[in-house]
Design a protein around this ligand. Structure first.
Ligand code: IMP
Ligand code: MG
Length: 183
């Protein structure tokens, strides 16, 4: 069966996504200057597509670096035990850092990541997340730039996966019930 058939509904369509990413870029352009030498820290894997589109819309000078984190837990729930599988190449001491995330759910992953990054003494540390599920928050993490607040549903597409699948879909969609229950 084609993967598109596994999608129950589209939550955020392709055009709506692109329009909002452009708005976020304008907000980030306004919040920093060229002299800040902004460093975007992309949390892989989920945020890679968002980062690519966001960067192309930014007009201020910036650099990028990547971090791979993995949270232990089952397929749809993070446990709060976060491991850094790949760390930044750059020393972020004195740098203006903007963490680029795909989604803030319980907040546990981002809480861990930002605590960790703060120990490295950046000049500033802010967060930009494409999606947020406020009703699921267990730890309060301040998110400075949010693309969309979404209801408590497991979403896929535009970089987000279920069991490593569906990242290529150009929209944010909700998976069909039977796909979860089958796993
Ligand atoms: P948190 O630690 O509970 O905030 O979860 C954050 C991470 O879990 C995100 O960075 C995603 O990788 C993953 N995640 C949370 N909710 C979803 C979802 O609805 N779809 C896909 N991945 C999700
Ligand atoms: Mg993520």
């Amino acid at each position: 069966m084609a993967q598109r058939d596994d999608v129950a509904k589209i939550l955020v369509g392709e055009h709506q996504l692109q329009a909002r990413v452009a708005e976020l870029a304008r907000a980030i352009d306004g919040a920093y200057s060229d002299d800040d030498r902004l460093l975007l820290v992309c949390v892989l894997k989920g945020a890679f597509m968002f980062l690519g589109d966001l960067m192309r819309q930014l007009t201020i000078r910036h650099e990028v670096d990547f971090m791979v984190v993995s949270s232990y837990g089952d397929a749809t729930e993070s446990s709060g035990v976060v491991r850094i599988l790949l760390d930044l190449e750059q020393n972020i001491a004195g740098r203006h850092v903007l963490v680029v995330e795909d989604i803030v759910d319980s907040g546990r992953t981002l809480d861990y990541v930002t605590r960790n990054l703060r120990t490295r003494r950046p000049a500033s540390l802010r967060i930009c997340s494409l999606l947020s599920k406020p009703s699921r928050r267990a730890i309060d993490v301040p998110v400075d730039f949010v693309g969309f607040e979404i209801p408590d549903e497991f979403v896929i597409g535009y970089g987000l996966d279920f069991a490593e699948q569906y990242r290529n879909l150009p929209f944010i969609g909700v998976l069909k019930e039977e796909i979860y229950s089958a796993s």
